[in-house]
Design a protein around this ligand. Structure first.
Ligand code: GDP
Length: 425
């Protein structure tokens, strides 16, 4: 039943826009590769005949082979990347775990993320990690052990640790989404280095804010910097820990009003930040990018669901259902956004290159065809001239022999006449 549910989810997921486009562009580049291969083989068989093909043409077509292989290498590895930022303890790791439906990243006190952590899918069944500058695969048995492994490594905050998690355990990883968790934006003096190293190829940024306080300057500054380097970054704002503002049943009405007011304030400030300060969206679109969630509750609910229990079981704060729906709503919009954005940024340029390469090759082949047709016509012309000459000579010979025949005939007659005359005399 679980696998059928997964299949349905996979089919309906907006991530399929990227997954299908990736398959298609990889197939097209396989065809271009074959086309270049055929052309190289064909040109190779003619290259000794320098009159037909110029040396530069051979080199030009052969160079396309490496280019196409290079593009295919990149395309096979292309993925969608989402990066999470925010102050320490706002719940970045918990949000990622909730989306991945598993406790993959360590979270909580004593597990402050002190470097960049990237979670990506792997084909094997065993999770492992690789630290920056090394290619040793360190097995990861548990979250606790992962936290421990990260603590004992001497890691600099802008270093990257890659965690490879089995694709079979998670749909998002199977669909080529890569998650990046960052150290708190409040702790670093190296924003520029962070952005250059980890953000320039991110398709979506998620600012994990704390719904219990307002957006901090450090959080805003980070995104101001990002938007100077990327023209229109896709940003979502999650007001996390929204469960903390849940009302106690006995004060329901009063607290509900207060909660509405707090929400409206956070919403206005977040929209203002995205639309007026960063100018990445208009006001209406910005409203669609702000969510009020509880990552902790969502993760707990999902872990329960996976054990076959109800998401609603256990002690839950008032309003859990709404927060859970809002988290799912965020995920849906996030999937749509990342999928479309990644197709555009990752495949548009390669599509143009593929088009350019096949046009150039066709043009070279057209030029070779034109040249051979011209050579053939010239040869036929030359042959015609020889034929005309031969015909003329033949005609001349015919005429000449006729003339000679007449002359000899006349001479013979003349001689006969003379002889008979002499005899008569
Ligand atoms: P990070 O430093 O931003 O990665 O934050 P963590 O994910 O490690 O979370 C810090 C602490 O906040 C942990 O103890 C989490 O359990 C807790 N936490 C995370 N999200 C929520 C939430 O939505 N509600 C509540 N009440 N606690 C949360």
């Amino acid at each position: 039943k679980q696998s059928r549910t997964n299949d349905i989810r996979t089919e309906n997921s907006p991530l399929q826009i990227f997954v299908k486009a990736k398959k298609k562009i990889n197939d097209i580049f396989l065809e271009i590769d074959d086309y270049v291969d055929d052309t190289v083989r064909f040109i190779d068989s003619l290259k000794d005949d320098h009159k037909i093909i110029a040396q530069e043409e051979v080199q030009k077509v052969e160079a396309y082979k490496d280019k196409v292989q290079g593009i295919r290498y990149v395309l096979k590895r292309d993925h969608m990347k989402v990066a999470f930022f925010g102050r320490t303890s706002n719940g970045k790791s918990t949000v990622i775990n909730a989306m991945l439906r598993d406790k993959i990243l360590p979270s909580g006190i004593g597990h402050t993320t002190n470097c960049f952590l990237q979670v990506e899918g792997s084909d094997g069944e065993e999770p492992y990690l690789i630290t920056e500058g090394s290619d040793i695969k360190q097995p990861v048995q548990s979250v606790g052990q992962l936290g421990h492994a990260l603590c004992k490594e001497k890691l600099c905050e802008s270093n990257l640790v890659r965690i490879f998690w089995p694709k079979s355990k998670c749909l998002l990883l199977r669909d080529d989404v890569v998650f990046v968790d960052s150290p708190g934006v409040d702790v670093t003096p190296n924003l520029d280095e962070w952005i250059d190293k980890h953000c320039l190829d991110a398709d979506v940024f998620v600012l994990v804010a704390n719904a219990e306080s307002t957006l901090m300057l450090a959080e805003k500054n980070f995104f101001h910097k990002v938007s100077t380097k990327l023209s229109k970054p896709n940003i979502f704002i999650l007001n996390n820990r929204w469960d903390a503002s849940a009302s106690e049943p006995e004060f329901l009405d009063e607290q509900l009003d207060e909660q509405k007011e707090v929400r409206a304030q956070h919403q206005d400030r977040a929209v203002d930040f995205l639309a007026r300060e960063l100018r990445v969206y208009n006001t209406k679109d910005a409203e669609e990018r702000v969510f009020f969630v509880s990552a902790k509750e969502t993760l707990q609910a999902r872990l329960k669901e996976q054990k076959g229990e109800s998401a609603h079981s256990g002690a839950l704060a008032e309003g859990f259902q709404n927060r859970y729906f809002e988290f799912q709503d965020f995920e849906r919009k996030f999937e749509e956004c990342i999928s479309k954005s990644a197709v555009k940024t990752k495949f548009e340029q390669h599509t143009q290159r593929g088009k350019h390469i096949s046009t150039e090759i066709r043009q070279t082949l057209n030029e070779i065809l034109d040249r051979t047709q011209k050579m053939k016509a010239e040869q036929m012309n030359a042959q015609k001239e020889v034929r005309d000459k031969l015909n003329f000579t033949e005609q001349q010979l015919i005429l000449l022999t006729q003339e000679m025949k007449d002359k000899i005939h006349r001479m013979v007659e003349d001689v006969e006449q003379r002889v008979s005359k002499a005899l008569n005399e």
